[in-house]
Design a protein around this ligand. Structure first.
Ligand SMILES: [Zn+2]
Length: 463
């Protein structure tokens, strides 16, 4: 007896041959996919407890968001149309720095609901400060049913590139404490919630850690067989700083610190020079492309088609509430697919299919779940999403992949299954009270602004 069978959908398998199965089905036993094929074949060989009819819908692997700030959902829209320095030092960091653990937990709940509702089944949180309440946030991941990498923020300096005091008092941590907390969290949470929670090291950008501290992080990551994520080359000041201070490119510097390898994700990579692509591809490291954040903060354009061409693993990420301002990977896929066409004056670069690979297979590889996630194949973990294809803005469907990337948005996701469990069905999240979280987030979000005396309302007169 099979637990769940999804039938009559268009299955975008993302298998090695990238097969698309019309009138297809996926069978799930426990937390794994047991069969993928035509509905007639699967129904003949599987009797299921639950059959989900996916007529006029796409069935595809759950999306992997490689760069998320859970704590920033609650400060969504707090710093629109500002340049990076006041954005970070006057709004984002002071607001996050004033959080109580209850606010950190609420933000994580809001963020997880938004991700589930827009088809993200696995995410990488990149900089989790202790004060947001690491334990409570891990419990949120467990309870919502999502799969996630939680990276403990690591720092032993207060700088950001050449600004030595960029990290305000409320956000500053010392090296010894961050390392102790990270190791404690690995012990307590790594592999927990049926292996849906992994704990990584979230190293701060150069200027926030000494070389020795990066090396210590690298050593501990190796020892505990876990990963590291770091913002790298997001803004031009980053590479100017590394060139001036260490006479190295960003990837030369990372290699010098031992922070390279298949277990490392560099977020943004906007200013990574061509010279570095070889180090990235030879070490099987990942760059996470965050197009919305880079465009909104005017950081620049990451050389994504060029990196893919050089054999670099590139994933996709939504970043955070003040920089994006949403956590919708389907919208992010569209931006990734169109921005480079205009930049390179070439509509043939980065086709929709390659972007869907970034959001599934490449992301799975980046999170070290590559053998388990990223495609719909027998034996893999049952993380999959069902996307409606019969909304007015989606028809007529010719190529379902380009239709998904260029036309759909997160609200078209109908059903989400993670680790074999139905987490959302018919757009209703089953694991958490969505209405209550939305109400509280509206109220508490504005309270946080008020506490800091920040004016974040409309710039036009309000009657
Ligand atoms: Zn970020």
């Amino acid at each position: 007896m099979t637990d769940i069978v999804l039938t009559h959908g268009t299955v975008v398998t993302m298998n090695e041959r990238r097969e698309i199965i019309r009138d297809g089905a996926v069978a799930i036993d426990g937390n794994r996919i047991s069969a993928v094929g035509k509905t007639t074949e699967i129904k003949a060989s599987h009797r299921a407890d639950i059959e989900l009819d996916c007529d006029n819908k796409l069935i595809l692997p759950g999306l992997v968001d490689c760069h998320v700030h859970l704590a920033q959902a609650l400060i969504r829209g707090c710093a629109d149309d500002l340049s990076l320095v006041p954005w970070l030092s006057e709004r984002v960091l002071p607001l996050q720095g004033s959080y109580s653990p209850r606010e950190g937990e609420l933000s994580a709940k809001l963020c997880c609901i938004e991700m589930i509702k827009s088809g993200t089944t696995t995410f990488v949180e990149s900089l989790l400060h202790w004060k947001y309440g690491f334990n409570e946030i891990a419990k949120v991941v467990d309870a919502t049913g999502i799969r996630g990498v939680l990276s403990k923020s690591m720092m032993n300096l207060r700088g950001y590139a050449d600004q030595p005091d960029a990290i305000p008092e409320g956000m500053a941590e010392d090296g010894e404490t961050t390392m102790r907390q990270a190791l404690e969290m690995i012990k307590k949470w790594h592999g927990k919630a049926d292996n849906r929670i992994h704990v990584w090291f979230g190293a701060r950008t150069p200027g926030g850690c000494t070389i020795d501290f990066y090396r210590e992080i690298a050593e501990q990551a190796r020892k505990h067989r876990t990963g590291i994520t770091i913002h790298l080359g997001e803004v031009k000041q980053d590479i100017d700083y590394m060139r001036k201070e260490f006479k190295m490119t960003p990837m030369e510097f990372m290699r010098h610190c031992g922070v390279v390898g298949p277990h490392v994700i560099y977020a943004h990579g906007v200013w990574i020079p061509q010279k570095d692509f070889k180090i990235l591809s030879e070490t099987n490291s990942t760059v996470c492309h965050c197009p919305a954040s880079n465009l909104k903060l005017a950081s620049g354009f990451a050389p994504v088609p060029e990196m893919l061409h050089a054999g670099v693993n590139v994933g996709l990420g939504c970043d955070g509430g003040p920089s994006n301002n949403c956590y919708d990977m389907i919208r992010e896929m569209k931006l990734a697919a169109i921005v480079h066409k205009a930049r390179l004056l070439d509509p043939e670069v980065l086709p929709a299919e390659h972007v869907l690979e970034m959001a599934t297979l490449n992301g799975a590889r980046a999170t070290l779940w590559g053998k388990e996630l990223g495609s719909l194949e027998s034996g893999k973990l049952a993380d999959l999403i069902v996307v409606d294809q019969r909304n007015p803005h989606l028809v007529p469907v010719r190529n379902p992949v380009s239709n998904l990337v260029y036309t759909a948005n997160g609200s078209d996701v109908d059903t989400v299954i993670i680790d074999g469990k139905i987490v959302m069905r018919g757009r209703k999240v089953k694991t958490i009270d969505e209405t209550e979280i939305v109400e509280r987030a509206q109220e508490v979000g504005l309270e946080v602004d008020k506490r800091l005396g920040l004016e974040t309302g409309p710039s036009w007169p309000v009657k």
